[in-house]
Design a binder for this molecule. Structure first.
Ligand code: FAD
Ligand code: FMN
Ligand code: SF4
Length: 437
């Protein structure tokens, strides 16, 4: 279906939908414990109706107070007492030009789930041809399915306002401040985007030639397309919103002082140092970042050390380049830092790409042309290699914190600069800081 057809009205029985975009049913856990509609649930659906969707299939409900209730925070339709709340919900959705039904599939319409969590305004943006403004869903499941499965309310890695639309609505400030944001990764760009939307005067300083931070490297593997779109979205937004971008420019306390900011946001991210152990400084040893940034070209037989998500992704990427890849991880399992479904998909990819997996082994020593691994019970193993890639952890870049704090008092430290984690935390901390200033 092309996008023009997607935006054409559609007759559904006796009702006319303004377009063919349907919000798929998704448990939000935003109701009160007894299944009553809450203001947060109304705001959540109102935001999506306002964003231009044609039809909302409201999340699935329970129809009696006992057997059919499957989840805490689930919507109830089991008693007349619930009717006023359900009526309010339906009315609010209709006032915004959308239709609402309870869960039921329809043909000829396009159902979208997570895309509308990530960006409720997606239909309006398609309608007005602003495709570059669409905040793309990462398909990471970290804020939505994963949290909902853990009995938490629905959230989203790229949209901090999900489930608290009213509380996090953006309001322009009456007295704009001059704000300096250090670091053009997702945390710094999200903070700059929100600050600019609130009419602050923002300068974003990035030391590399391009904005993006670690996302520039995270998006290199062939299977990370969603991250690439999200990175483009952030870059487009800070440019469009008139953020002053100093890039490439290394932020120092002196440069920041010259800008005379009222507030400073430190979003300098993290770096991946080469760890110290026998052989780690040999010429054929590099970090995952060196590899993904193109600083280091791997040989034919590659050993990847570190089986968290990053190491696994690097291994799958190298295998896609035709390399013979072996992965080594001390623990018994791989990619434990990933959400369950993404983890299974990545493990399957490693298998499809014939990556040899050695769990329960530790990289002990790197010699010329081979590595020595140590296993349980004093076992040793030699693996012949041309290259070793280390994906063993990141260290936060906090050197600027003390000097900045001395001059400016309040410095907001966000994202991986606070502690290396993920896009979810980088974006949320950026979004909250952007609202706090
Ligand atoms: C290979 C890889 C894959 C990943 N995949 C995922 C994934 O699939 N999902 C996920 O959620 N997370 C993933 N991550 C983690 C994610 O990329 C980070 O959590 C996120 O980028 C952190 O954002 P940030 O803005 O805090 O820091 P960064 O992205 O590190 O950005 C910090 C920026 O600050 C700049 N900077 C530092 N010092 C200065 C200075 N003095 N002056 C000016 N600029 C400075 C840096 O150049 C950098 O651009 C991955 C990370 C890697 C390395
Ligand atoms: C947080 C979340 C909750 C969901 N809850 C339901 C549900 O209650 N009923 C249902 O039929 N599908 C549910 N789904 C599945 C979605 O309706 C949809 O089919 C799925 O997300 C795939 O579409 P997408 O790739 O556009 O997100 C849920 C999905 C998510 C992400
Ligand atoms: S949490 Fe991840 S998968 Fe879920 S809607 Fe947000 S970006 Fe998409």
């Amino acid at each position: 279906m092309d996008l023009t057809k997607l935006m054409q009205p559609f007759r559904l029985k006796n009702r006319l939908l303004r377009n063919r975009i349907v919000m798929a049913p998704m448990l939000s856990r935003l109701c009160y414990p007894d299944g009553v509609v809450s203001p947060q649930l109304i705001d959540y659906y109102a935001e999506r109706a306002k964003g231009g969707v044609g039809l909302i299939i409201v999340e699935y409900c329970y129809i009696d107070a006992k057997e059919s209730k499957a989840n805490q925070g689930q919507l109830g339709v089991y008693s007349d007492q619930l009717i006023p709340g359900l009526g309010d919900l339906a009315e609010t959705i209709q006032e915004q030009g959308a239709r609402a039904i309870l869960q039921k599939k329809q043909a000829d319409l396009i159902a979208m789930g997570r895309a509308l969590i990530a960006d409720p305004e997606l239909p309006n943006k398609i309608h007005s041809g602003r495709l570059e403004d669409i905040r793309t869903c990462l398909r990471c499941n970290e804020g939505c399915s994963s949290r909902v499965r853990q009995s938490k309310t629905q959230r989203c890695a790229v949209n901090a306002a999900v489930g608290r639309e009213r509380q996090l609505r953006l309001h322009p400030v009456s007295k704009p401040k001059r704000v300096c944001v250090i670091g053009g990764g997702p945390a710094g760009m999200e903070a700059a985007r929100v600050l600019a939307l609130r009419k602050h005067r923002v300068t974003l300083i990035e030391k590399e030639k391009e904005l993006g931070g670690l996302l520039r490297y995270a998006t290199v593997p062939d299977f990370k397309a969603e991250l690439r779109s999200f990175l483009e979205y952030l870059k487009t937004q800070v440019n469009k919103l008139g953020v002053e971008i100093l890039c490439p420019r290394l932020a120092t306390p002196e440069i920041v002082q010259e800008l005379k900011p009222d507030s400073v946001v430190l979003a300098a991210g993290s770096t991946m140092p080469l760890p110290e152990f026998p052989g780690s400084h040999k010429s054929f040893v590099a970090t995952a970042i060196d590899l993904l940034s193109g600083k280091y070209q791997a040989g034919e037989r590659v050993l990847v050390a570190g089986g968290a998500a990053m190491g696994c992704e690097v291994a799958a990427y190298l295998a896609s380049l035709g390399k013979k890849v072996t992965m080594v991880e001390m623990l018994g399992e791989l990619a434990l830092d990933l959400e369950m479904r993404s983890r299974l998909a990545l493990l399957q990819l490693l298998q499809e790409r014939s990556v040899e997996i050695l769990t329960g082994w530790k990289l002990a020593k790197i010699e010329d042309a081979f590595v020595l691994l140590h296993g349980r019970d004093w076992r040793e193993r030699r693996v012949e290699v041309d290259s070793v890639i280390l994906a063993l952890g990141l260290t936060p870049n906090q050197e600027l914190f003390k000097p900045l704090k001395k001059t400016f008092g309040n410095v907001y430290v966000i994202g991986d600069c606070l502690e290396p984690r993920k896009i979810y935390q980088a974006v949320h901390e950026g979004a909250f800081t952007g609202r706090a200033i």
